[in-house]
Design a protein around this ligand. Structure first.
Ligand code: URA
Length: 242
């Protein structure tokens, strides 16, 4: 990355706008390698120099990685002239950072979505060969039978593909049961099409986990937060799975 202006580096790490970061610097609250620097246009290399703000070290991140609990009714896209997108849900300061969803959920599907500006990670996670598993909870319009479970486990045939073996189990029985589904691929409308192949309609669908990364239950629909260091390691491991 090389050397950059200090105010620009701090702003890139979500410490405030460029102007706010400039003020922090002028107030003497920022140090480079232990030396207070008061000029916002002073240069530093965030991958080499140790930057501290108010005494706390900045863990420099080249990219942004967010977990979003996607609500129903928004598109998994960066921009759309007609409908709200997942990017529109993010805090104002993140909306112009070139972020995009790493993967897609249907407009009416809820749950875990990773949003990033790291095209390489997104590409690796979504590569057909990566087979990162995804866990969904679904409400379907008819009871799920042992035959359904066996058919999912064997690999269902759809119009244009044979699915990899998938897991299916009942969480809450009833005329419209709540079930879990675990798949290792993510073709267009895949879960809905798998149930349709068994004569059932998905009434509600929520992604609750990708690989070892669960959706944070503290996130209400529409809320997002940055991934922690441990969660980041998890998704990077996932992305190397192939
Ligand atoms: N399967 C679907 O049918 N829809 C989704 O959004 C995700 C998986």
């Amino acid at each position: 990355m090389g050397k950059e202006r200090l105010d620009k580096i701090l702003a890139s790490q979500n410490l405030g706008s460029r102007k706010e970061c400039g003020l922090l610097i002028r107030r003497g609250e920022v140090a480079v390698n232990g030396v207070i620097v008061k000029k916002p246009d002073a240069k530093a290399d965030p991958e080499v120099d140790i930057l501290t703000v108010k005494g706390g070290e900045i863990r420099f991140r080249r990219h942004i990685y967010l977990m979003l609990n996607k609500p129903q009714g928004v598109l998994s896209a960066s921009r759309d002239p007609h409908a709200p997108t997942v990017i529109d849900l993010l805090p104002e300061k993140l909306r112009r950072r070139g972020l995009f969803p790493a993967g897609r959920l249907d407009k009416d599907t809820e749950g875990l979505l990773i949003i990033t500006d790291d095209g390489d990670l997104a590409h690796r996670m979504l590569a057909p060969k990566s087979h990162v598993y995804k866990l969904y909870h679904a409400v379907v319009d008819a009871p799920v039978t042992q035959e359904d479970i066996d058919a999912f486990a064997q690999g269902l045939s759809l119009d244009d593909m044979v699915c990899l073996p998938a897991g299916l189990g009942v969480l809450e029985d009833g005329p419209q049961p709540l079930v879990w589904v675990k798949i290792r691929e993510g073709k267009f409308h895949q879960v809905k099409r798998m149930f349709l192949a068994r004569g059932k309609t998905v009434l509600r669908l929520k992604r609750v986990q990708m690989g070892g990364l669960p959706l944070d239950p503290a996130l209400a629909p529409g809320e997002s937060r940055e991934l922690t260091e441990d969660e980041l390691k998890l998704i990077f491991n996932l992305a190397n799975l192939y």
